[in-house]
Design a protein around this ligand. Structure first.
Ligand SMILES: O=P(O)(O)OC[C@H]1O[C@H](OP(=O)(O)OP(=O)(O)O)[C@H](O)[C@@H]1O
Ligand SMILES: Nc1ncnc2[nH]cnc12
Length: 173
């Protein structure tokens, strides 16, 4: 979409966090309320169209967009957090991403069986993070009805890791 305000706000940072990685920095979007609101609204529209009844945000940048989307749609928000951050009984999934490996976790009662989860993050790269969050949702008995993000690095083919999930990316690089 040509009038996407956030498009010109994404900042490229070479060699972060490792040499050879071109980091897509979304922080300028957070500083422009109109652009911030627009990306949240577009992803909320997609989540609504998919029939979501819970929004799952992936720590940490996924929280920034997932929470406003959940509030906009008046839906519950469930956290997928990095290893060791959740206090209560939890399940874990390991994954690889563009610049390392990590583990993501959810509380065992974060979702009710049968709930339709829409997963939100800022960016889809290799898809490792999104696929791990999707596995967590499924292990909790939820159904992943969609994945929404601002940016897709299409050359990394992250979509292949989520073959059955409709993916909405507002920008492609
Ligand atoms: O598709 P992938 O290759 O898995 O990469 C995408 C993930 O990488 C970034 O998170 P990061 O782990 O850097 O954490 P942060 O949000 O806390 O900065 C980004 O926010 C996605 O969650
Ligand atoms: N190139 C990149 N820029 C920002 N976040 C990322 N997560 C994984 N790869 C990334």
């Amino acid at each position: 979409m040509s009038d996407l305000l956030a498009r010109d706000l994404i900042r490229d940072v070479p060699d972060f966090p490792k040499p050879g990685i071109l980091f897509k920095d979304i922080t300028p979007v957070l500083e422009e309320p109109e652009a911030f609101r627009q990306v949240c609204r577009l992803l909320a529209e997609d989540a609504r169209a998919r029939g979501a009844d819970v929004i799952v945000g992936i720590e940490s940048r996924g929280f920034l967009f997932g929470v406003p989307i959940a509030l906009d749609l008046n839906l519950p928000f469930a956290m997928a957090r990095k290893l060791g951050k959740l206090p209560y009984d939890r399940i874990s999934e390991e994954y690889a991403l563009e610049y390392g490996t990590n583990t993501v976790e959810m509380h065992v009662d974060a979702l009710q069986p049968g709930q339709k989860a829409y997963i939100v993050d800022d960016l889809l790269a290799t898809g490792g993070t999104a696929a791990a969050a999707s596995r967590l949702v499924k292990r909790l008995g939820g159904v992943v009805v969609g994945f929404g993000c601002l940016i897709e690095l299409s050359f990394l083919n992250g979509r292949a890791t989520l073959p059955d999930v409709p993916i909405k990316a507002l920008m492609e690089f």
